[in-house]
Design a protein around this ligand. Sequence first.
Ligand code: PBG
Length: 327
Amino acid sequence: MSARYPIARPRRLRRTSALRRLVAETSVRPGDLILPMFVKESIDEPRPVGSMPGVLQHTRDSLRKAAQEAAEAGVGGLMLFGVPELKDERGSAADDPGGIVQGALRDLSTDLGDDIVIMADLCLDEYTSHGHCGLLTPSGEVDNDATLERYASIAVAQAAAGVDVVGPSGMMDGQVGAIRTALDQAGYTDVVILAYAVKYASSFYGPFRDAAEGAPQFGDRTGYQQDPANVRESLREVELDIAEGADMVMVKPALAYLDVVAKVAESVTVPVSAYQVSGEYAMVEAAAEKGWLDRERVIMETLLAFRRAGAGQILTYWATEAARLLR
Ligand code: PBG
């Protein structure tokens, strides 16, 4: 039986690279990318992170250089993580004006001005001796409301050091509201809050805990980070954070949570970012090292997938390299 009409041929639009480019629905720009960076106190040389080949714990000097390179490549933002020399129960180094992140923020805001957006992770796990994201009660629970006061103080310290955007990542209830109030009262009404609104208790953070030296010394984070089984809960977290004043929201991890990225992007009008976390990076690097994956193509495919799912910004350890490939 012959077809009454000519058969549909979607392949027609895939024939040449010029046609494919013309009809592409999604793209990644260097300016969409945010580079997470680690800066460690009291080291003389940058140190490689074993489980994240190509990622370094920077000295203040090497951080400046790498940040400059990211800005030159057109990367949109930097997300700074500090690794202090001394940790204690309350994470005192986190809001110390002389602390490692505050020093690095002063360096970067002087060097880079408005060439790139300077962000800092706002949490306690890298700073506490027990490795949890908050203060502990005597029985070892994470004390939500006492932790909020610490976060408020860290936000003000980071703002005073020149941060453009703070990224609260500790998943305490009310953290965005507490931080917004503290920033406003201190006169930092222009500091943006990028809320890690949706953050799952994920095993994909494993390599990060080497990089940031923030592994919990007992227990895990399932009492404050989200259950990977849930998606409606994410919409609730996002709604609350926006009501408390979040300017942007993040979904984390990214690759295993593309459905969440898509649902969040449909449900809000603020920018939505996706964090391609350490384990996602390590998986690709390890397979590529064995020759099992085409590294660059896989990297670019993952970034495109986040954008297709609805993410505006992407946090990725490949930001500088990807930005160069995109130019
Ligand atoms: C907490 C924080 C973590 C990550 C970003 N911020 C670790 C955690 O929650 O255990 C993970 C990032 C990554 O895996 O790349 N400050």
